[in-house]
Design a protein. Structure first.
Length: 669
């Protein structure tokens, strides 16, 4: 029976495990928090109803793990529990009554914002920051001290002298919306996958191996929970005020409430006001103020009985689906977009929503004129989450994914088992051509200073049909000035100069700029150092390409396919004539040695003289091979500070030499 409770429990466990993995390991959530919590509640209640199916490994039995193997693991002195949470005001009332009954005396509730970032536990000894650890699985977390030290709002030395000798303070690390928007803009420019929300961007940042990158991301923090033996007072709120004096960032939206009415006033106020905050919040946390009373109430197996989180509903709005349009990207991928009757949502007017792919449309069973629910959680682009079938218009046609490219009329193709349709007409389909040119000019590729609107105009007026045409624009300077809208002498000259300057961009970046599928920046670098001239690369076959470190079958096939097409060779010849760099510079070649030939090196920890990426490049330049994991094939471990204990143990077991950065630099001198 498909509907048996056992089957249902198993299906929910499997689904929740998948979402947990996507969220914690891949930093790429596939479900809203609200829906996740609903499913988890459904699972817990089924498990309570049918205790015979208990499983200690059920997702209901743990709080999730963000443990990352490359950081030192630290066991929390006090486990880092999370909070029971609710979306209903009645349950907030129930909580209040439970506390009242449990204590049977007066009490105060501290209301705080629930910040949506990455939770952290900081240890201070004698007023100095000693350690910063992520929650991990609540028992053990990652030691991210080096990264956390870069966060300006976290004090490294405390002010004053009335702090306990040793204590912990917990809080949230956050990425402000402004930083998140800028970061995603840069990632979009570089065709990198975007972060779904500031929380994921923040977690990805804290897991960086290079603290310099962390520092550049301008993270922020709010602290909200102090733990230790000799805390200054018996009041949570009063302790936070002390912490503020010592230099911690404590939210001004923290209020002591004496009644349930006060609590709801706080909730109502912040449900609206939170939209004006510079960081993401997803609810309100209620805590009993007195620490003695907290101890009296104690904990359940998972949560404190003295606190609860009230979570805001993801904002939804109901509107009508007017039509579906289809966008074609640089690689020919076709993305469906819903055009909606404009509706207000989280302070902005929403007219479009993401539909992802054909399967998503079919799952919703979407019809034109349907009333649909649009949601904007922590995500950037609103999405349709539901169709109100009761309001379905009899005449609304079912949405059918298009069969031909909306831009060039070519029949679309779809790989076996794939969800995405592609337009195969890469030579004539306008958005593909324009997309390739936009990629070509980006900062990390040819760094030609002009925006997509300029490319659009130049394309529409027929001045450019491929990237090589950019280099002939200089012969048409006067024509450009007279023909193009809003183009004066100065802007035209700036563009032409920038195009001219791009001729000195090094070979590996030119290779990246060509936009060969699967050849990103790193692969381009590897190919350039293995094949010093483009002609060598053009003549390479799959086997010889696969000899290069980290080049697999998929990349090798794609490179061979690209160079087997006559039209690409014609463009490369044209670019060569224009003077672009298609060989590795003498300077780089002269730095290449084979001092590390045949050696496989594992880099571990953090360094002072060069960044990890620089060390990786140095190893490659000297003919060595980088590897991420220790095995019997490892020749050396280049170890910096904070090398993980498990790596150390493995290295010792296998008898592999560990060298520090000075020894290493000596080795290649
Ligand atoms: S108190 C034992 N206060 O929400 C209680 N948590 O589900 C410890 N959070 O893991 C947590 N804002 O990451 C507390 N003002 C706040 C919070 C807060 C956000 C996060 C925290 C925790 C999760 C609880």
């Amino acid at each position: 029976m498909n509907n048996s409770p056992k089957k249902k429990i198993e299906a929910l466990r499997e689904e929740l495990n998948m979402h947990n993995y996507n969220y914690y390991v891949l930093s790429n959530p596939t479900i809203s928090d609200y829906d996740f919590d609903l499913k988890l509640k459904e699972l817990s209640s089924l498990e309570n109803q049918y205790p015979e199916y208990f499983d200690p490994n059920s997702p209901s039995q743990r709080v999730g793990s963000d443990i990352n193997k490359t950081f030192k693991q630290v066991t929390h002195k006090y486990p880092m529990l999370s909070l029971g949470n609710t979306y209903s005001r009645e349950e907030v009332e129930d909580f209040y009554e439970r506390v009242q009954k449990g204590l049977n005396s007066d009490f105060e509730i501290v209301c705080e914002l629930k910040y949506d970032g990455v939770s952290i536990s900081l240890t201070y000894i004698k007023g100095e920051l000693i350690q910063a650890v992520t929650r991990g699985d609540g028992i053990q977390g990652d030691d991210v001290t080096a990264n956390v030290r870069t966060i300006r709002s976290i004090p490294l030395k405390l002010h004053g002298n009335d702090f306990p000798d040793e204590f912990e303070i917990r809080g949230e690390i956050l990425m402000p919306w402004s930083v998140f928007d800028q970061l995603n803009k840069e990632r979009a420019d570089q065709e990198e996958q975007l972060f779904a929300n500031p929380r994921n961007a923040c977690s990805g940042t804290l897991k960086q191996q290079d603290p310099k990158i962390v520092a550049s991301r301008k993270l922020d923090s709010f602290l909200y929970y102090m733990l230790g033996e000799n805390l200054p007072t018996d009041g949570h709120y009063e302790n936070l005020l002390k912490a503020q004096e010592w230099g911690f960032k404590i939210s001004k939206a923290t209020k002591k409430c004496k009644s349930l009415n006060d609590v709801f006033d706080f909730i109502n106020h912040w449900d609206i006001e939170r939209k004006n905050l510079p960081v993401a919040t997803d609810g309100i946390v209620l805590k009993v103020n007195s620490l003695t009373q907290q101890r009296n109430l104690g904990f359940t197996s998972k949560f404190p009985r003295w606190a609860i989180a009230y979570k805001f509903q993801a904002e939804k709005a109901l509107t009508r689906l007017l039509s579906v349009s289809y966008q074609v990207g640089r690689t020919g991928a076709v993305t469906p977009v819903a055009n909606l009757e404009p509706v207000k949502l989280s302070g902005t007017t929403v007219k479009r929503a993401s539909l992802y792919n054909e399967d998503y449309i079919n799952q919703l069973d979407l019809h034109i004129n349907d009333w649909v629910s649009v949601e904007k959680g922590g995500e950037i682009i609103p999405k349709i989450t539901e169709v109100d079938l009761s309001k379905r218009d009899l005449f609304g046609e079912k949405v059918q994914f298009i069969k031909i490219c909306p831009e060039c009329g070519t029949l679309l193709t779809k790989g076996n088992g794939e969800a995405i349709y592609y337009c195969p007409n890469d030579t004539e389909c306008p958005p593909q051509i324009k997309g390739r040119m936009e990629h070509f000019i980006t900062r990390r590729a040819m760094n030609i200073v002009c925006g997509p609107e300029t490319i659009e105009q130049l394309y529409e007026k027929g001045y450019i049909r491929n990237v090589a045409d950019l280099y002939t624009l200089k012969n048409r300077r006067d024509e450009l000035i007279s023909q193009l809208e809003r183009w004066g002498e100065k802007s035209t000259d700036n563009l032409l100069n920038s195009i001219e300057n791009s001729k000195s961009v090094p070979y590996e970046r030119v290779l990246f700029a060509l936009g060969i599928r699967y050849v990103g920046e790193t692969v381009a670098k590897k190919l350039a150092s293995a094949f010093h001239k483009i002609d060598f690369l053009i003549n390479a076959n799959v086997d010889s390409l696969m000899q290069v470190d980290e080049i697999g079958d998929k990349i090798a096939q794609s490179v061979v396919k690209y160079f087997s097409e006559e039209k690409n060779i014609v463009i490369i010849e044209e670019l060569k004539k224009q003077g672009l760099q298609f060989e590795l510079s003498e300077d780089i070649i002269s730095k290449q040695t084979d001092k590390l030939k045949g050696l496989t090196i594992v880099i571990s920890g953090t360094f002072e003289k060069h960044s990890r990426d620089e060390y990786k490049a140095i190893i490659e330049q000297n003919g060595g091979k980088n590897s991420g994991s220790i095995s019997s094939k490892t020749s050396y471990i280049l170890a910096g500070d904070n090398m993980g204990p498990s790596k150390l143990e493995k290295a010792q077991k296998l008898g592999i030499s560990i060298i520090n950065e000075n020894d290493f630099l000596e080795l290649i001198k």
